[in-house]
Structures are given as C-alpha cells and as structure tokens.
Write a protein that binds this ligand. Sequence first.
Ligand SMILES: [Zn+2]
Length: 185
Amino acid sequence: MTRATRVTLRLTGVVAATLLFVTIPSTPAVGGAALPVGAWESAARSWAWPVAPPWRVTSAFEAPATRFSAGHRGIDLAARAGDVVVAPADGVVSFVGRVVDRGVVSLAHAGELMSSFEPVESALAEGQEVRKGEQIGILGSGGHCDGACLHFGVRLRGEYVSPMLYLGGVPRAVLLPLRWFEDTR
Ligand SMILES: [Zn+2]
C-alpha cells in the first residue's frame, strides 16, 4: 500500500466516522452492529452517579481513535479527597490495587460492562459483590485527578465508552457516541 493510499484510507475513515456521528438515529438500529440492543438498553441511564451531587463533569469522555491512541477513557467528576465513592450498579470487584501512583477499583457488571474508578482507596477485595449505591472506597490522590476529581471509566466488551450513557439525568444526545464507537471500531 502506498503512502497516498494509506492517507486516503485514513481520511475516508474520518469522513465515514463523522457521517456516522451526525446521521445516527435516536434509537439503536437492529442488525448491522454486533451489539445486541437489549444488552445495553437495559443498563442505559439506570446507573447511579459514583459521587454525591451536585455532579460536575470537569473533563468529558473522548474516545481514542484507536486502541493505542490518546483520548480520555472516561469522565472526570469533581470531588475531593476523602469523598465517598459508590458502585454505580450491582457488580463484582474485578480489580482493586495500585496502578503506578494511585488506587484503582474496577467492577464487573451484567451486560459485559466494566466500570473503573481512580484515584480510590478501597478496602474491598477482588471477587467481592457490591450493590448499586454501596460504598466502594474514598477518593484518594494521584493520577490526573489527584484529589480534585474522580476518574470514572466504562468498558463495554473491553472497549471504552462514555459513562454518561449509563447515568441518569443526562440529555438524549449523549447516547450518540456509543453507536459511533461500535460502528467504527
Ligand atoms: Zn479522567
């Protein structure tokens, strides 16, 4: 493949992604995408916010163009060190420990969804069940939030998606990026 071809293909991908983003119907289409509609609709907008209100998103989700490229693989919610962090949905602790300079907690949920939180200090153990709204730890320090926010990430079948898709009280428009992400990966 020549360099020109590669550039053209890349541009085509960008244009296709842009078109998908703006032409997505407000309800998920059946067929085409690998995502079973019911699986995520059952979780959509039913999760609890992991910190107490008032909620303020200090940094939005930014889907990485590829698995390895830059982006913001979650949202940052304003919070202070010591604030209680709760499970957004029923689940099982799949990871608790330190990653570089911060505590990280990851939960596995129904529908092949995973949530993760940092920086969080937690007394939970891997394999432990948690219920929606149950405390999973307190906000710690380190990472890009470093005691000023909670980084909240969600993966659907291993792919990062916006946590806003699952939180209640947000505009319908924020549901669009999930379809975009599924259709273009
Ligand atoms: Zn973040």
